[in-house]
Design a protein around this ligand. Structure first.
Ligand code: EPU
Length: 345
């Protein structure tokens, strides 16, 4: 029998400012760096940590910290990436939950394994990606998902979940509901279909094809385009604190949409396969005049109204106050309640 005796790394009173992409001030009473499945089991077996409430932290790119955190913060730092299997119709690749998402996407392309290029430059870690079923430019994580490993924070048991068990939906999964704070994702596997087919239906990518005259780009070119589009539109969290889109794009019934279109024919909307209609939250916020505005030290990004930013030294409370003011004005004008995308602690 082999066992690992290395102790857990437990730190007290740790500033979380560097651990959340908004750069919000908050202190964790206890922070544990989790580097393996065995570390998660050590947390479960630990006399105090085992029973304490937990906050699972990846890259902190989908988080608004409004206060100090009393729950034990588990900072997931599990590394590793590999090609697991290669079949006639797919490559299966795997990454540790602590790997940076964008570095993993870059690595797959360097290995000649295309399929994740539309998801380039999304901030955060591999382990956080399934939690909110990240998506961009016509591809969602669930479209490339194979399975994931997680450790149950009550029993310490390792489990493998397939896509059905993860209950993926638009920016949503079981990890935001029943399994929130109860299960630590340790590794994620992706199924990259062969032959590779480009996904180019998104308007911004169609524009790139028209601009460059390249109508059959390879995966690396799509990766470069996605990076360029994101850099032009979204603030780099290393420079301006933010958590990407702050609200989900609301989904309304066709009937509700008809009323709104009658009043605002310009509204950007996308019909969904089930007959409902997704509205561009950025457009709604922009239409209410919020682009570039600030409340205290929190603001609405100048180039994309869906992104709230830290203008320097903002508190989580200021971000939430701004978010509420935006929700109220969008509700007042359109009768639509915007739902925040990040987790608010
Ligand atoms: N729009 C405006 N004004 C604005 C912002 C947007 O009029 O200030 C309009 C745009 O002109 C466009 C439409 O709204 O016609 C949609 O905007 P965009 O294409 O930028 O996409 P989005 O709906 O704002 C979503 C995701 C992004 C993802 C992009 C690309 C959500 C909540 N956001 O943004 O995801 O990168 O599509 O696929 O679904 C994230 O989740 O953090 C994120 C960045």
């Amino acid at each position: 029998m082999s066992f690992d005796v290395s102790p857990l790394q437990i730190e007290a009173r740790v500033s979380l400012r560097e651990h959340n992409s908004f750069g919000l001030p908050a202190v964790a009473q206890t922070l544990v760096r989790v580097r393996s499945d065995a570390d998660v089991r050590r947390v479960v077996d630990h006399p105090e940590l085992g029973r304490a409430p937990k906050l699972i932290l990846g890259g902190g790119s989908n988080l608004v910290l409004t206060r100090d955190v009393a729950a034990a913060v588990l900072k997931v730092e599990i590394a590793g990436r590999r090609l697991v299997a290669e079949t006639a119709d797919a490559w299966i690749v795997e990454a540790g939950a602590g790997e940076r998402w964008h570095d993993f996407v870059t690595w797959t392309l360097e290995q000649g394994l295309p399929g994740l290029e539309n998801l380039a430059l999304i901030p955060g870690t591999v382990g956080a990606a399934p939690v909110q079923n990240i998506g961009a430019y016509g591809v969602e994580l669930k479209d490339r998902f194979h399975s994931l490993d997680a450790v149950d924070l009550v029993t310490g048991r390792s489990v493998t979940l397939d896509a059905g068990m993860c209950r993926f939906a638009y920016r949503d999964s079981v990890f935001k509901h029943e399994l929130a704070g109860k299960s630590v994702v340790t590794r994620v596997r992706f199924r990259l279909p062969r032959p590779w087919l480009p996904v180019l239906g998104y308007l911004d990518l169609e524009r790139k094809m028209a601009e460059t005259g390249n109508t059959s780009p390879d995966a690396r070119t799509i990766y470069d385009w996605v990076c360029a589009i994101r850099r032009a539109k979204l603030p780099d969290p290393a420079v301006i604190g933010n958590a990407g889109s702050f609200f989900k794009n609301p989904v309304v019934s066709a009937e509700q949409c008809r009323d709104i279109i009658e009043r605002d024919p310009e509204i950007v909307h996308y019909p969904m396969p089930d007959g409902s209609v997704k509205l561009a939250a950025g457009w709604l916020i922009d239409a209410c005049g919020w682009k570039g505005k600030s409340v205290g030290r929190a603001g609405v990004y100048e180039r994309q109204a869906l992104v709230l930013v830290n203008r320097g030294g903002a508190s989580g409370a200021e971000v939430v106050t701004l978010a509420r003011a935006i929700q109220e004005s969008v509700y007042g004008r359109f009768g639509i309640r915007l739902e925040p995308e990040p987790v608010i602690v």
